[in-house]
Design a protein around this ligand. Structure first.
Ligand SMILES: [Zn+2]
Length: 280
């Protein structure tokens, strides 16, 4: 578990990816109390983001973000080129699950870190499920037929993607592969090794499986990074917080760690320095 693996259907112009996460997923949700529906959507989005990140050659940073007017106001998952992932969701727990997304937008950001290497695709939320939204994104932004199969519960987040390669025309093979993948269950995708699973699900296809890549949870938040965010609050706001509470406390919304800056440290932040904060 905690790895992603790409594969190819030889002779059909179809690529695929599989991801299975356990510890990485448990660490993502460890400091949060998400409702079951929010947790499921977050897990599916984590799996989808890793599948997308693992499929790209340049190893860009990827983020998928959803903003809607339903119970879920914001969901963000970020994944680095070496597959370190973090994610968070903001939701009002008292609204029913079917209103989770409502209407809003999904954005996919791809950043290679090079000049002109940033790409953002935005699509309206196409349905109540992340698979609907992302399949619509691939169709509109990339013009690539794509099917996603995502699973998430309180222990694992996993998924499988099938995608026609640019220029490929074997729609019949793609449709057959999608029909076969439709039978995949959450229990199946967790239980077997990738090669056993692909052989079982896609019997009749010649599947070439590439090396597995480890996927880690890593929030990457530091007191210095949070200090930069604190500076964005502005001098007036920071100073009034110090007068009111004696310090400024910020929480990383991804990992829920608290960073507390004293009056002196706030002064340093305002001078453009990045002091280390006390961690709580
Ligand atoms: Zn963090």
């Amino acid at each position: 578990m905690n790895e992603a693996q790409n594969f190819l259907f030889e002779n059909h112009g179809i690529r695929g990816g599989i991801v299975r996460l356990r510890e990485t997923w448990l660490q993502t949700i460890a400091q949060h109390h998400y409702s079951e529906t929010v947790r499921q959507l977050l897990g599916e989005t984590v799996a989808a983001t890793v599948l997308l990140g693992a499929s790209l050659k340049d190893q860009p940073k990827i983020s998928i973000q959803m903003q809607g007017n339903g119970a879920l106001s914001l969901l963000v998952v970020q994944c680095t080129g070496d597959l370190r992932v973090r994610g968070m969701a903001q939701a009002q727990h008292d609204l029913p699950g079917e209103n989770l997304l409502g209407s809003g937008r999904l954005s996919v950001n791809v950043d290679t870190g090079r000049e002109n290497g940033f790409f953002q695709g935005i699509v309206p939320l196409a349905g109540p499920r992340i698979t609907d939204c992302l399949e619509s994104y691939f169709e509109k932004s990339e013009q690539l037929a794509t099917k996603l199969y995502l699973f998430s519960d309180d222990e694992t987040a996993s998924g499988l993607v099938l995608q026609m390669l640019p220029g490929a025309e074997d729609h019949e093979a793609f449709n057959t592969a999608c029909m076969l993948a439709n039978t995949l269950t959450a229990a199946e995708i967790r239980a077997a090794t990738a090669s056993e699973l692909l052989r079982k699900v896609f019997s009749g296809f010649d599947v070439r499986l590439f090396a597995a890549k480890p996927v880690l949870h890593d929030c990457r938040c530091t007191p210095e990074h949070l200090a930069r965010i604190a500076r964005m609050l502005g001098k007036e706001e920071l100073e009034s917080l110090v007068i009111e509470r004696g310090n400024v406390e910020l929480t990383c919304e991804f990992c829920n760690r608290h960073f507390r800056y004293s009056e002196n440290q706030v002064g340093a932040i305002l001078r453009g320095e990045a002091p280390s904060a006390k961690l709580h």
